[in-house]
Design a protein around this ligand. Sequence first.
Ligand code: N01
Length: 512
Amino acid sequence: MDERLDLEVAVVGGGFGGLGMGVALKKAGIDSFVILEQGGDVGGVWRENTYPGCSCDIPSHLYSFSFAPYRSARTRYPGQEQILSYLRGVARDYGLREHLRVHTAVAEATYRENIARWELTTDAGQRILADILVFAVGQLHRPHIPDIPGRDGFAGAAFHSASWDHGQDLRGRDVAVIGTGSSAGQLLPEIAAVARKVTVYQRTPHWVLPKPSAEFGRISRWVLRTPGAHRLYRQALYYGADITLAPIMHRGWSARPAQWMARTHLRRRISDPRLRAALTPDYPIGSKRIVFDSRYYAALGRENVELVTDPIARISDNGIETGDGTHRHADVIVWATGFRAPEFLAPMSVRGRGGRLLHEEWSAGAEAFLGLAVPGYPSAFLIAGPNSFNPAGSNPGMKERQIAYIMECLRWRAEVEAAAIEVSGDAMRQYRQWLERAIAKTVWPSTGASWYKHHSGRVTNPWPASARTFARMLRRSPAEAFVAVPAKVPAATPLPIHYHKSTRATTTPTAF
Ligand code: N01
């Protein structure tokens, strides 16, 4: 395709992060941008994940943008369709559709030093030039399907939880579910209700906390529609999660009560002591993402559901064989085996200054200043980049903080009239020291593998402190951490982006 686009901003990804970025650009009066989306619509993971029972385990009033509140939610926790229609509504209401390019997968992004701009190439060969590049591809979108012997010889249907095959009627069939994380927890009750038999293959039990599943009554809904009450409720959820859940990750005050609650939930739901023992984790709560679910254990207790804890040895053409030599029949295999979350930005090839290749620099695990910028990659930003997943609260909120910071970076760039800006090596070093100290205080370094960690053992995905700390660090001026990067050859045209001058103080760098 011989088409070229010349823009101020290119945003990659049309989920929460990309749409939030689009709204912020619009509000700043910037219209010269595209949102490049590899799928057929906006929505990100909420478009991709359509498995039965898919919903959010964070309350809807918190799991939304602050500028686009859910005002008429019937249920405390939104379902997949509800979130997808919310995101479509945001795209429509904020005029983002005209900026959206669907079925457009970015293959390469290269910083052109002579003009201080990014050149993007799509899978279809389209070229895009932009002053600013924002990756908003999230962390949980590349399915992980383990390479178990015999996998490709299975004769039945096999699909990942995030690529559900709705053409498969599971009624009366034998279904194998591999994995026991949040996705498995949500889909198991639905498929166990229709399948002849479901065999759940568990490698490691997860800690499960019940969630209060409330339908809001008419009066609550009416009250929550008023902006003041809505704001108060959202704030209560935000502070509540941050004060009670975030300390779990550091073995803080709430870890023991949370573990006690999880054990009580397990005891109440599972009466068989052997099954209960098999479901009891032997690692501290918070080491993996906690499963918030009230239906999972009840589904495991059904007569047509079997939990298998012997490791899988191989997959045959019609079932799964475990290490003890037992073969169990399966018509369908559901891979609820999670995502290749530590492989940030893969499979895109991203080249910064001097031709450096990002995935080579990240070969021992990704890192980015505040999860959003990397030295050597001028004017390129990430939303939900390394170590910015909040395991104890709402991630749209984390993304909004990063978007606000990126907008401050853009303003500062215009203010100092820089061709490009880049986080300094010093700022990155100080941040890395702070991050390593913060991670060392969490349960993650000393516990086993999970999607929070790169295979090198480095903790690359979760944020190791409270959401309030994240907010505080992102309130600082970019002038403290970023430096101007000139074009090698002066740009032929004046800088295209004009902003109001930032009101923020320009100060010298301070330690984190
Ligand atoms: O994936 P997971 P998920 N053999 O990585 C097992 C978000 N989410 O899709 O623990 C056998 O949690 C693996 O075993 P182990 C949420 O942040 C949010 O469930 O590694 N088993 C594990 O049990 C969540 O954390 C919502 O030993 C293998 C499972 O597969 C994230 O998505 C809803 C295996 C993977 O669990 C991912 O959740 C759903 C192998 N070779 C998801 N490899 C909300 O409600 C892996 N496993 C917001």
